[in-house]
Design a protein around this ligand. Structure first.
Ligand code: ATP
Ligand code: MG
Length: 310
């Protein structure tokens, strides 16, 4: 049995570069680009692999970019199963403006997928043997996927003991929560989108998370708040951690790293408290790396000691 399986229906090759100043019309001569395998579940698997966990990333991929994605993921030593589709995997592009430190992120829609594409994801999870302990469904949906596809995948592949973990946005988030999950990790913007409310204060954030738990849409809500840190809620517990003060190089992948480290820790039977602290530590460690680079294990361990001693 695999501990953790992640599902990424709309992965990408993330291309990251920098340029002194961004203006229109003129050619912007950028610095050398780095390429990383990307998409929510792929990032989660990369971080779990760096932390030494047992994880398989399942993803849809197609065309030349899909081929590159496979190679990039293999080169990192992350276990992945790429399911070939007819469409061409997307590239996402991020540029840091070095004169201001601002980051510009261009995100493409991705290829249109068919029912048979995501159905084959279900078949592959079944083929892995016993259902995973943690099924992490993370990232946006590609065109063509029904909004409730995460709920359908969970329904078809989970045993009663499988813990379903969700990190997505918009209609995909709404639909997956209708079926109920074990843990959901919205960012504040995603929670605002879900509730349709401005949610300006901490009591409002807590009330919104409480409602998700009361309705049975999630048992654990981990609300990430950017520089304000994070909040974890269950039916009988609230944990709150302020953001660590770090020199932010890029916040790309911070939320994915948070989720990855939490699930990795929980799969090693850590307490919710410890897992939450590992999440904070990994998110903070990812902020140190430029562009689409993720956290390093030594930084995660260092920040973990800092967070858990506060
Ligand atoms: N500027 C920052 N300073 C300190 N910590 C930060 C900062 N930005 C992000 N973090 C850390 O990263 C975590 C995740 O960030 P965030 O809440 O932005 O989620 P996200 O999933 O990356 O967002 P989204 O999916 O909406 O892009 C936060 O809980 C926090 O620990
Ligand atoms: Mg996120």
């Amino acid at each position: 049995m695999t501990d953790i399986v992640t599902v990424t229906l709309n992965p990408a090759v993330d291309v990251a570069t920098s340029v002194e100043q961004i203006t229109d019309t003129r050619k912007l001569r950028c610095n050398a680009a780095r390429r990383d395998p990307g998409g929510g579940g792929i990032n989660v698997a990369r971080v779990v692999q760096r932390l030494g966990g047992d994880c398989v990333a399942l993803y849809l991929c197609g065309g030349a970019t899909g081929h590159m994605l496979r190679q990039l993921l293999d080169a990192e030593g992350a276990a992945g199963v790429g399911i070939e589709i007819a469409g061409e995997t997307r590239e996402n592009f991020s540029v840091q403006e070095t004169s201001t430190g601002r980051e510009y992120r261009f995100v493409l829609p991705g290829p249109t997928v068919t029912e048979s594409d995501w159905q084959r994801c279900i078949d592959h999870i079944d083929a892995l043997g016993a259902p995973p302990r943690y099924l992490v469904m993370s990232g946006s949906l590609p065109p063509g996927a029904p909004a409730d596809v995460y709920a359908r995948i969970a329904r078809s592949t989970c045993a009663p003991g499988t813990r379903v973990v969700l990190d997505t946005s918009g209609p995909a988030l709404t639909a997956a929560l209708e079926a109920g999950v074990w843990l959901v990790k919205p960012s504040l913007n995603e929670l605002r989108g879900l509730t349709g409310q401005p949610l300006v204060s901490e009591p409002e954030w807590i009330a919104a998370a409480e409602e998700l738990i009361r309705d049975g849409r999630a048992q654990i809500v981990v609300l990430t708040l950017g520089e304000l840190g994070a909040l974890l809620m269950t039916a009988d517990q609230i944990l709150r951690a302020p953001g660590l003060r770090v020199r932010v190089s890029s916040s790309i992948g911070a939320g994915d790293s948070f989720l990855a480290a939490m699930v990795w820790a929980l799969a090693r039977d850590a307490s919710l408290d410890e897992a939450f602290h590992y999440g904070m530590a990994a998110a903070s460690a990812t902020l140190l790396s430029p562009g689409t680079g993720l956290c390093q294990r030594t930084d995660v361990e260092r920040f973990y000691r800092e967070v858990s001693s506060r």
